[in-house]
Structures are given as C-alpha cells and as structure tokens.
Write a protein of this length. Structure first.
Length: 138
C-alpha cells in the first residue's frame, strides 16, 4: 500500500529528509499517476523552495486531490448543462429524470430540484451543484 511516508522515503534519495524538485516530480507521478504541469510545479517551488519536506509533500498532494475534485464537479455540471447556459433549469432536470428516474413523481422531482436551487430562482448554478456534491461523496 502506498502511504505518504513510504513514497516520500522511496524518493528521498540519500535519506536527506526532503525531496529535490526532481524527486518530488517522481514521487507525485508514482503516487498519483499524473505529472504536475510546469506552471503548478513552479508555484510549488516558489511557495516551498527547492527542498520539499514530508509536510510539504502532504500539502501538495492535498492540493492535487482538491483540484481533481473541482475538475470532476465542473465536468459533471457541464455534462448536465445541456445547452451550455451556465445553469440547469428545471425543464432540463425534469427531462433527465424522465430518462434516468422514470418512476419519480413530479412532486419529488420538484422537491429535489428546489433542495439544490439555493436561491429559488429556478436555476441550479455551478455553485448550487458544487454544494450538493460536496455534501455527498464524489
């Protein structure tokens, strides 16, 4: 099992107590399967310097996980925003229910939609949608 400590130790060549930028890149690819973008990597070097401690490694991984969650939320929202309007209307929600939740009554559908529509404007925005997904598990 990959734990932060074991991955950190594996890539901390010479047991220095920190990772060099190259070691950090390798550790991140090993742990996450993704290579960080040069822009993000430069931001980390500015923030942490060129010696990345175990705590720095943990903070970086947490930021990567959060970024991944944010990307998924946006992808899900865009998939439901069929017209690209920046919101999901009740009509669109209702048509999705017709397709995937056929046995749900119109009253239940309205209740579900209204629970997510924070300001009751008849539109589920990305902010509304994000709140819904963060309350549950992704």
């Amino acid at each position: 099992m990959k734990t932060l400590q074991t991955v950190f130790n594996r890539y901390d060549l010479g047991a220095k107590g920190y990772l060099t930028p190259h070691e950090l890149r390798c550790a991140l690819v090993y742990y996450t399967g993704h290579k960080p973008s040069p822009i993000i990597f430069q931001r980390w070097k500015t923030q942490f310097g060129s010696k990345f401690t175990l705590q720095d490694f943990e903070r970086i991984l947490n930021s990567q996980v959060q970024a991944s969650i944010d990307e998924r939320i946006l992808e899900y929202f865009e998939a439901l925003d069929l017209k690209g309007e920046g919101f999901i209307s009740f009509e669109v929600f209702d048509s999705l229910c017709d397709k995937y939740l056929k046995h749900t009554s119109i009253e239940v559908r309205k209740t579900m939609f209204n629970e997510v529509d924070l300001n009751s404007d008849g539109r589920v925005t990305l902010k509304d949608f994000e709140r819904l997904l963060r309350l549950g598990s992704l």
